[in-house]
Design a protein around this ligand. Structure first.
Ligand code: FES
Length: 106
């Protein structure tokens, strides 16, 4: 099972066992990770599942699709390593992934 670590804006880290095939957002919601709201339920239509991918993981995770990029415009404090966590699928290759949640969602 791939492990994903979520670090909140206060620096608290939570490492979660994720299921391959689920999204990073679903993993967070299922495990009550604070800082991710996911109001649209994963349809890439709300930007409240915004996370920052740690720089060393950016290449493996990849960048946002054009649709996700448009939606990220509505995110709070968007940075070059911002992604919508509902658009990141958990794979075995992402074992050890670290993402940070923003101070608040949009
Ligand atoms: S959950 Fe709404 S955009 Fe990701």
């Amino acid at each position: 099972m791939p492990k994903i670590t979520f670090i909140d804006s206060g620096g608290t880290a939570r490492t979660i066992d994720a299921e391959v095939g689920q999204t990073v957002m679903e993993t967070a919601i299922k495990n009550d990770v604070p800082g991710i709201e996911a109001e649209c339920g994963g349809a890439c239509a709300c930007a409240t599942c915004h996370v920052y991918v740690e720089p060393e993981w950016q290449e493996k995770v990849g960048g946002p699709s054009p649709m996700e990029e448009d939606m990220l415009d509505f995110g709070y404090d968007v940075k070059p390593n911002s992604r919508l966590s509902c658009q990141i699928k958990v794979t075995d290759e992402l074992d050890g992934l670290v993402v940070r949640t923003p101070e608040r969602q949009a």
